[in-house]
Design a protein around this ligand. Structure first.
Ligand code: FE2
Ligand code: FE2
Length: 321
């Protein structure tokens, strides 16, 4: 990358309307309770987590044995290679969450401006603080574990599109519903699989906050989508489909493929291992089932974003029966 390309990759330009709300009238009853919980459950990343422990020594960070169950390449690795894969794949994956948390921070701070109602603005203000704290703890953990890997191009592309959109509804859909939906599913899986107490504590705290963020997005969209003009709703439907299609890793053009950096670092055939993982990893299959068929698609249906127009496209890619 040239210097100019590197600078451009860091910048997102957009135009956004900022709205005042001089009514001071509550509009979302559910948000009142959510805002109270958000204020009550603040925590300090420096003191809530015991950072004095060595990371990845008391137990595996991510259980790679489980993660790569069913693949052809994993059983033939030596003990030493497995350990190296564990540290590197964990650092790669947690780096993507770190970048995702920074993206959530940027989107949450934007949301304060264009959302019309004050109670939404107040709730969004608490999410800004939450996401700042998440960036802090993930950065600290990843640096302690190994190193920060570059942001995955798919993740960066999705977040940039969310940041550049002038529609607050698309920001909520893209970040609070889809990306944070993915993050919660992945955090829950990691939480069950990890043997590292520092990561377990970190995930417990972060998950508490993330559950509120998804609720915020859901409450606000649930109220706005029924009244939305059809063209705008179709635009949201198309974005949701595009994001699901891209995130559903099933071939050479979908999924978060920058994990190949790790395989290249190991000196292995990165393309071959990617193909092996997407075709054979039992955990990846179970994760995709959970994420798409149990979490994201039912949520899009409840929001009214799964119309007869868009449904066949989900069926085509195997995400709906
Ligand atoms: Fe977060
Ligand atoms: Fe979040």
């Amino acid at each position: 990358m040239t210097v100019a390309q590197t600078a451009a990759a860091k910048r997102v330009s957009y135009q956004l309307d900022t709205l005042w709300d001089f009514d001071y009238e509550p509009t979302h009853q559910e948000l009142e309770a959510l805002y109270e919980t958000a204020k009550k459950n603040q925590w300090n990343g420096s003191t809530a987590i015991d950072w004095s422990r060595p990371v990845g020594r008391e137990g595996p960070v991510l259980n790679v044995q489980v993660a790569f169950l069913g693949t052809n390449f994993f059983p033939s690795l030596t003990e030493e290679e497995r350990r190296e894969v564990e540290i590197k794949v964990s650092a790669w994956r947690l780096s993507q969450f770190l970048h995702g948390e920074q993206g959530a921070l940027l989107v949450a701070s934007q949301l304060v401006n264009p959302i019309p109602e004050l109670d939404c603005k107040l709730y969004a203000s608490t999410q800004v603080v939450d996401e700042g704290r998440h960036v802090e703890v993930f950065e600290r953990y990843v640096k302690k574990l190994h190193k920060i890997y570059p942001v995955d191009p798919l993740l960066k592309g999705l977040i940039d599109e969310i940041l550049a959109s002038e529609l607050w509804e698309l920001k909520l859909l893209g970040m609070q519903m889809l990306i944070e939906g993915l993050a919660i599913a992945a955090f829950n899986l990691m939480r069950r699989q990890t043997g590292d107490p520092t990561l377990a504590d970190l995930l417990d705290y972060v998950l508490q906050d993330e559950a509120r963020h998804v609720n915020f997005g859901y409450f606000a969209l649930k109220r706005s989508i029924p009244a939305m003009e059809p063209g705008k709703r179709e635009f949201l439907e198309d974005f949701a489909f595009k994001a699901c299609d891209a995130m559903y890793g099933r071939n050479e053009r979908t999924g978060f493929r920058s994990v190949k950096t790790v395989w290249a670092e190991m000196g292995w055939d990165a393309e071959e291992i990617w193909r092996d993982t997407i075709s054979n990893s039992q955990t990846l299959k179970a994760f995709n089932r959970l994420l798409f068929t149990e979490v994201l698609i039912p949520r899009l249906q409840r929001l009214g974003l799964m119309s007869d127009r868009i449904e066949p496209r989900y069926r085509e890619i195997g995400l709906l029966d």
